[in-house]
Design a protein around this ligand. Structure first.
Ligand code: DP6
Length: 347
């Protein structure tokens, strides 16, 4: 018997960063992200149940991609309790991203969440019991996605999501993310994210290796305490329209802390490029000169995400084209914004 499923799942950009993990993909601190819209993975999965030749065939943009196999094999090895049929079956995965792989845009978040969605959907088909699209179904997808990549747990919800237990947020959990869109004040519901591609080359240090460097890091305990405090503050700030200055200072501090942690560990490394720093300084100059509330955040890579209310889209675009494009690889940037979450694709 063969089953298929196709899903489109978005990337997300963390405002409070997940950096440091323990046990089976459990976060050291809670994190909060915007779900994106234009940056996504389209994935089709085919499962030949209990095939004579079980295994995984992976294709990216129509070409075989065996280099993705180890991460996916590790992921599948954790899923025996959820999907007992997985072990004896042949799984074919075809995917395509709308953004460059490994360039600091969380491709693992969109890819692993798409994979979790396809697996859950196929599991429903196999067992002829669809819990989709209830709340429990989405929680389970998020938990499965987390096992593939921590940040992927947050990609399954529209608008914004929180992953990690926080005493003031009901239902928050280290096991899965929870939706947080309904708490956002209107200005954040269509916040813009213009992603300046400073470099498209592969990351020199993977996120997983980076997380590992937090074990034994001299500033680990204080970082987790600060992250927790920033979560409390940002959750309050984002429920109101009039505290955008505080939003900016928390978000920029989080981005720079992430990179500062990389630079002051026992095996220091640096993912920022000269263009990254030049853009950050230009953001500060422009904001001061115009009072336009645009700020930056960074992922584990050199690219810069410009975050701002949609009402300033034209101003920011003019400024990007005039002043910032010089720092972008081949002049590339991506216009993205807060998005509506994953979509099932009809085959
Ligand atoms: C800097 O989710 O990619 O983007 O769980 O090892 O797959 P793994 O790590 P990953 O780490 C993301 C780190 C980050 C911050 C964030 O998205 O919260």
């Amino acid at each position: 018997m063969t089953y298929t499923s196709s899903w489109r799942s978005p990337s997300n950009i963390a405002l409070i960063k997940y950096w440091g993990k323990h046990g089976l993909q459990l976060p050291r601190n809670p994190s909060l992200s915007f779900t994106l819209s234009a940056c996504y993975t389209n994935m089709t999965m085919g499962v030949e149940l209990y095939a004579g030749n079980p295994g995984i065939d992976i294709f990216y943009d129509g070409q075989p991609k065996p280099t993705f196999e180890p991460k996916i094999k590790t992921f599948f090895s954790l899923l025996g309790d959820f999907f007992p049929w997985l072990k004896g079956s042949l799984v074919r995965i075809d995917s395509h991203n709308t953004f460059p792989h490994g360039a600091g845009i969380a491709s693992s978040a969109s890819a692993m969440s798409a994979m979790a969605l396809c697996l859950m959907d196929i599991n429903d088909q196999i067992n002829s019991h669809a819990t989709f699209p209830g709340e429990i179904w989405w929680k389970q997808v998020s938990e499965i996605a987390r096992l593939g990549s921590g940040s992927a747990s947050r990609s399954v919800f529209p608008g914004a999501a929180i992953w990690g237990a926080l005493d003031t947020i009901d239902e928050s959990s280290d096991q899965y993310a929870i939706p947080w869109n309904e708490h956002l004040s209107p200005v954040y519901k269509d916040f813009q994210d213009t992603i300046l591609i400073v470099s498209t080359s592969e990351k020199s240090v993977s996120s997983t290796a980076g997380h590992n460097l937090m074990n034994g890091h001299a500033y680990a305990a204080s970082r987790y305490a600060v992250a927790r405090n920033n979560m409390h503050r940002l959750c309050d700030v984002m429920q109101r329209d009039d505290l955008i200055d505080q939003f900016i200072s928390i978000v920029e501090s989080e981005a720079l802390q992430l990179h500062a942690l990389m630079m002051c560990g026992e095996s220091p490394f640096m993912l920022m490029e000269p263009g990254t720093v030049a853009i950050i300084k230009e953001v500060w100059r422009y904001r001061k000169a115009t009072q336009i509330p645009v700020c930056f955040t960074l992922d584990a890579g050199p690219n810069v995400h410009l975050l701002y209310p949609s009402s300033y889209k034209e101003n920011v675009l003019d400024w990007v084209n005039a002043n910032l494009i010089q720092y972008c690889a081949e002049g590339k940037y991506i216009m993205d914004q807060v998005g509506s979450g994953p979509k099932k694709i009809k085959l």
